[in-house]
Design a protein around this ligand. Structure first.
Ligand code: UDX
Ligand code: ADP
Length: 463
């Protein structure tokens, strides 16, 4: 079966970049990305490629090449579903904020709505691909909805989890370690898998395209993220030990990472992991384990999150105790708000929680982030619901210039590892801040020797 027309529901961090690369590599397939959010679609269609709704290095060049050739963005979801042979579901699956599984299970309401919409509109057979991260057995739920339409239309459901990381999405899509496709073990299932394999095989070597059953594929995605997050929590646990023993966590990371059985990646100690996936996927894994009564399994993975929360909290606590146990009325500058560099995404960013803790102590925070908008920062704080939107705006200011952000500050906290922070004129910053001049480096980004020579009191995670 040769696919000619693809629809992707959801024009977010996953759907947008993934479909852009798919379109670039398959110019003979028409790809339509749809979203209910009109503003988002308008931004994807913006003449000015610097105004795309998400920032990813290399993305705008690809959108420029494929857009209006075989890549289209619009809001007419039903028309796109109707015309497609293959439909990717790439909508958000946040952690539930209500009811059973609150704070743990994934909220599948958006996915279910998509399935129902596909069921309503489809007049010809279709392959439905789950791209969003979903709990194990979601494909079965989608299948149940689609198989009960009474329209006689046949659906094949594939699981094709996305492993791209934000900030490197385009490189990850162009050169993935592997592509995973799960499908039904029947001739029709095999045919659907092959159709998707062909699309990826236009640029990815076939030996990197793994095919499995649906459940293995769904579970592998959760497990991959859980393992990665576990490495970060493991090294963060050691960072605290380093601080009290006089060891340096970077040196420990390097020493253990050279063991080829351990490997060097994901051993960078930080103020805590963020992002839309790690916490959500682990909570999901924990929830599934608990549902099946596997309490030891659930507790084991939950500890990764407990450690991460501890790391964020102790970073904030250290700022308070170092500033003579009071930050009330003091200006604290945050360099960085995004959950990692090279993205404007802030979901679950450590910065949000550190800011919240310091604002509870009545600190006055000034934030500078090269890519995150002021609106986004206030939305993140308002979403926590700790205090009123007015109070959030009173206690926290967002500025567009780093030197202005640091001016007359009692302390500078580095929350995101943006490269530009390394290039700043730190002597100039030193001259403009209140003394003693404190820096709390949550990313171990700056050169301690140079910074201390200038005169700063410098605290870095893990040393
Ligand atoms: C992650 C997975 O890497 C990706 O495969 C999956 O598809 C989605 O989830 P992402 O959340 O975009 O990607 O970013 P990632 O690079 O994994 O970083 C996650 C968080 O961990 C960030 O806050 C990052 O700063 C932190 N991190 C990562 C560390 O603190 N130390 C490390 O060594 C690595
Ligand atoms: P992700 O990181 O998983 O891509 P995002 O939140 O960035 O998550 O993107 C998901 C997108 O899916 C949002 O732009 C949202 O508007 C869109 N979406 C959610 N439900 C639907 C739906 N039923 N139809 C179309 N788009 C949807």
């Amino acid at each position: 079966m040769k696919i000619k027309n693809i629809c992707c529901i959801g024009a977010g961090y996953v759907g947008g970049p993934t479909m852009s690369v798919l379109a670039q590599k398959n110019p003979d397939i028409k790809i339509t990305v749809v979203d209910i959010n009109q503003d988002r679609i308008n931004s994807w269609n913006d003449e000015n490629l610097n105004d795309l709704p998400i920032y990813e290095p290399g993305l705008k060049e690809i959108v420029n090449e494929a857009r209006d050739r075989n890549l289209f963005f619009h809001t007419d979801v039903e028309k796109a579903i109707d015309e497609a042979d293959m439909i990717f579901i790439s909508v958000n699956t946040p952690t539930k904020t209500y009811g059973k599984g609150k704070g743990m299970a994934a909220d599948l309401k958006y996915v279910e709505l998509c399935a129902r919409q596909i069921a309503k509109v489809a007049k010809s057979d279709k392959i439905v691909v789950e791209k969003s991260t979903l709990p194990v057995r979601t494909a079965q739920a989608i299948k149940n909805i689609l198989d009960n339409t009474g329209s006689g239309v046949k659906f094949q459901i594939l699981s094709n989890p996305e492993f791209l990381a934000e900030g490197t999405a385009i490189q990850d899509l162009l050169h993935p370690d592997r592509v995973l496709i799960g499908g039904e073990e029947s001739p029709e299932g095999k045919e659907a898998i092959d159709a998707l394999v062909e699309i990826y095989a236009t640029w990815i070597p076939k030996e990197k395209i793994l095919t499995t059953n649906v459940w293995s594929s769904e579970l592998s995605k959760l497990v991959a993220n859980a393992f990665l997050a576990q490495r970060v929590s493991s090294i963060n646990a050691i960072s605290e030990l380093c601080e009290v023993t006089g060891a340096d966590v970077n040196e420990v990371s390097r020493a253990i990472g050279m063991d080829s059985r351990i490997g060097p990646k994901f051993l960078k100690s930080s103020v805590g992991f963020g992002g839309s996936c790690f916490q959500k996927d682990i909570l999901n894994l924990v929830y599934i384990a608990k549902t099946y009564g596997l309490h030891e399994v659930a507790d084991y993975w939950e500890q990764v999150i407990i450690m991460n929360d501890h790391q964020k909290r102790r970073f904030a606590d250290n700022i308070v105790s170092t500033l003579y146990n009071t930050v009330s009325g003091k200006k604290i500058t945050f360099l960085g708000w995004a959950f990692k560099k090279d993205t404007n995404d802030t979901r679950e960013s450590a910065a949000i929680y550190v800011a919240d803790a310091l604002m509870n102590e009545q600190a006055e925070i000034t934030v500078y982030d090269p890519k995150v908008s002021e609106e986004r920062i206030y939305e993140d704080l308002d979403y926590l619901g700790t205090r009123s939107p007015e109070e959030n705006r009173k206690l926290l200011k967002v500025v567009k210039e780093p030197y202005e952000a640091c001016n007359e500050s009692h302390a500078i906290a580095i929350l995101t590892e943006w490269d530009e922070f390394k290039e700043y004129d730190w002597q100039k910053i030193y001259d403009s801040v209140i003394k003693p001049a404190f820096i709390f480096d949550g990313r171990k980004l700056l050169n301690p020797k140079e910074i201390k020579e200038i005169g700063f009191e410098y605290y870095a995670i893990g040393s």
